[in-house]
Design a protein. Structure first.
Length: 77
């Protein structure tokens, strides 16, 4: 069974400074928000939107940068 946080987006509250380093991500889940320890293959700055792609024991999640697809982002007005 897949963890319900996989596939959700969140916001980094502390940066991931490089591969193998940890940050923190705030994810909206179960009607509230929860903090997870985040790791990524590349540096990602605090405040960036990310997508959770995997979950590990100890509330550790793997994330990738996420660019929300909105009309503004797609070039429409």
């Amino acid at each position: 069974m897949t963890d319900p946080v996989v596939g959700l987006t969140g916001t980094l509250t502390s940066p991931i400074r490089g591969a193998g380093m940890l940050g923190e991500v705030l994810v909206a889940i179960r009607g509230g928000t929860e903090l997870y320890i985040a790791r990524a293959a590349e540096p990602i700055s605090a405040g960036a939107a990310v997508l959770v792609i995997a979950v590990h024991p100890g509330r550790v999640v793997d994330v990738v940068p996420w660019i929300p697809l909105t009309p503004e982002a797609a070039g429409e007005t």
